[in-house]
Write a protein that binds this ligand. Sequence first.
Ligand code: HEC
Length: 179
Amino acid sequence: MYLQKSGIIALVLAIVLAAAPFALADKDGVAYPEGFRTFTHVTTGIVTPGFIFNGVDLGSLVPGLHNIYANKKAMRSYYELAAGSTSTIFKDGAVIAFDLWQPGTLATGTGSFTFQQTRIAVAVMEKDRKKYAATGGWGFQVFDPATKTPQLNAAQQAECFACHSITPDTDFVFSKFSD
Ligand code: HEC
């Protein structure tokens, strides 16, 4: 009897856990990466106005300071890439967050201090080879940092991939991890 009961509890738990990602996902499938600030920091970059990359005005699209974070599944592939792999395919469930900030500057003495001031957006890549087959297995989304609501429609998501698709050797991921 006890065994039967625990079997049923395990079954119910399995169903609840299996349904959870769908409950958390937004309508296009990419979920806000809750807790991403505790993911591993991959790298930091600064983009200034007028920076054109692959024909796109990234200076307007992502101006400011960004920090990139990867969850455990994504980190496994970042480590492989850092070790020189050219055949790495990120696993389903890999999540990478691009945390965009408007910097502030404090000028004093003869120098200045530039710091994270206001969060502008949280851009995300989430791996699911089946769901996002049309965009290299990656779901792309940008979230409003205050409301955590998704900002991109399908056409805009295709534009994200149009640029990321130029780096197939790293499974469409640009940033590099180094110890
Ligand atoms: C014109 C090219 C271009 C476009 C368009 C673009 N990205 Fe990127 N993206 C980059 C580059 C370059 C990096 C690496 C930045 C770094 O290393 O600091 C990057 C990094 C990222 C990362 C971190 C993972 C990685 O590949 O390094 C995410 C997440 C991301 N972009 C999401 C998006 C989303 C969402 C969109 C669409 C709104 C988008 N990107 C559009 C060029 C682009």
